[in-house]
Write a protein of this length. Sequence first.
Length: 109
Amino acid sequence: MNANQAIPALGALAQEHRLATYRLLVQAGPDGLAAGTIATRLAIPASSLSFHLAQLAEAGLVSQRRAGRSVIYAADFAAMNALLGFLTENCCAGEDCTAAAPLCQAGAD
């Protein structure tokens, strides 16, 4: 992943309902959830949820598939891992990022 891919993904997550939706989809795992289930669990109106899901899909963070009359949304775990990898590729000043690496600990100077 590069900055041109990371920026839209981070932008899509920088909104309360989209972040909550994405976190719920990550919890749901690869099977995903129907749009109606997401709307109910997060108490988001269906029309608003459709907009938020479209933003997440456009950023490449979620996939969608049809199952009968429902649209099932799922987190794209490869995209999530690529984004996390991009954010952490230079962490710990290039050192191994283990619990023993003092540069990775919060509050390290």
